[in-house]
Design a protein around this ligand. Structure first.
Ligand code: HEM
Length: 357
């Protein structure tokens, strides 16, 4: 064999070895992939669902793996996953832009909504802060588009994730279920403000299953965390609300149990559940903490309590609801699916039955 042939063979082996390693490093871990689903009966809807599912799977993987050289190259060349991500972002952006455009075309009457308020803030003639940041009409439309996307992401998936786990946890803990129903039935006017037990039960559900299970920041400069750990500029500083919600050090021996009572100050023993008492955001970072804490926290509680109370009231009155799957037992909790929010794998299946009069 000539020297040049040997060189080719060596080059081939090195390249093949390198590609094999990169493939292995790049492969999405099995636990991040979604479960198999039955084909959707409507092919158009089915395709859309599949499209979103694939994009989401890809997003998870990107969020959880460091940016490798190959990923950077793909982004630069706009191929593979990077191209698919851009296409998916375009689908979402187009939808959000259509919402903005229909708002722009409509004359406002009645109470202004959030989007109108953002629009008004940008249109301020005296050069308000937002108006100055986005001076061109195109820039303003793009900002409004991003507002739509952020609020849908921030407000919809989070509360629906929390309520899914909440209803499953109630089914797995009949004693707590009874207490919530008692409280809801004692307030027929539907005022959720005074429902302390319900508030505690939702808070406790989010301790065990936080809708945003992990979160992080990138350090802009070298720093030392309060615990003494050094962080260099450009490093990720991540935390997991999921892990923190299950730490014995923070929540005691019964950290894995669902116990809304841990959030209640003992009542007067007169059927009163007691007052809800919250804790420091550093111990319960479900809504994040500090200057970028969730802006919708109070609104989220009102929404979740209203929906939960309405469902439970209706269930108590005319229907019975039974969790069909996953089987409600704290000994075998449902699997979760790691996306940007914490979903129950396969969703929560319930059976509703109209009660006989
Ligand atoms: C159970 C429900 C919710 C949970 C667990 C939750 C959690 C969070 C978390 C962890 C963050 C910090 C994200 C980050 O900066 O890394 C955040 C930010 C935010 N949330 Fe929520 N959220 C919920 C519901 C809502 C709702 C209903 C809205 C509004 C309709 C909302 C609006 C926002 C906004 C605007 C921010 C950005 C705040 C900023 O960066 O200054 N959230 N949320």
């Amino acid at each position: 064999m000539e020297m040049s042939q040997v060189a080719y063979v060596l080059l081939f082996l090195v390249t093949a070895g390198l590609l094999f390693r990169l493939r292995r490093r790049g492969a999405a871990p099995a636990e991040l992939t979604t479960t198999a689903h039955r084909p959707h009966p409507n092919p158009v809807l089915g395709n859309t669902v599949e499209f979103i599912r694939n994009r989401r799977r890809f997003f998870d993987w990107r969020a959880l793996t460091p940016l490798t050289f190959v990923q950077k190259l793909r982004r630069l060349l706009n191929v593979g996953n990077s191209r698919r991500l851009r296409e998916a972002v375009d689908v979402i952006d187009d939808y959000a832009m259509s919402v903005v455009e229909s708002k722009m075309a409509r004359r406002e009457d009645g109470d202004p909504d959030l989007l109108s308020r953002f629009k008004a803030a940008m249109d301020e003639e005296d050069g308000g802060e937002l108006g100055a940041m986005f001076p061109t009409p195109e820039g303003k439309r793009r900002l409004l588009r991003d507002v739509v996307v952020s609020f849908v992401l921030a407000g919809k998936d989070t509360t629906s994730s929390a309520l899914t786990w909440f209803f499953w946890l109630l089914a797995a803990n009949p004693r707590c279920d009874r207490r919530v129903r008692d409280e809801v039935s004692r307030s027929p006017d539907g005022d959720v403000k005074g429902m302390h037990y319900l508030h505690a039960a939702i808070t406790e559900a989010m301790r065990l299953y936080p809708p945003v299970p992990f979160n992080g920041r990138v350090a802009v400069a070298d720093d030392v965390l309060p615990g003494g750990a050094a962080v260099r500029a450009g490093w990720f500083a991540n935390y997991s609300a999921y892990a923190m919600g299950r730490m014995e050090k923070l929540w005691g021996d019964e950290c894995l149990m669902f116990s809304p009572e841990r959030w209640l100050q003992v009542g007067d023993g007169d059927g009163d559940a007691g007052e809800f008492v919250g804790v420091d955001a550093a111990r319960y970072p479900v809504f994040h903490a500090g200057p970028r804490v969730c802006l919708g926290k109070e609104m989220a509680y009102v929404q979740m309590k209203t929906v939960a109370a309405a469902v439970l009231r209706r269930v108590s009155m005319g229907f019975s609801m039974e969790v069909a799957a996953p089987a409600p037992s704290m000994k075998s909790p449902p699997a979760y699916e790691m996306t940007a929010t914490m979903k129950m794998r396969g969703g929560l299946w319930v059976r509703l039955r109209k009660r006989e009069e």
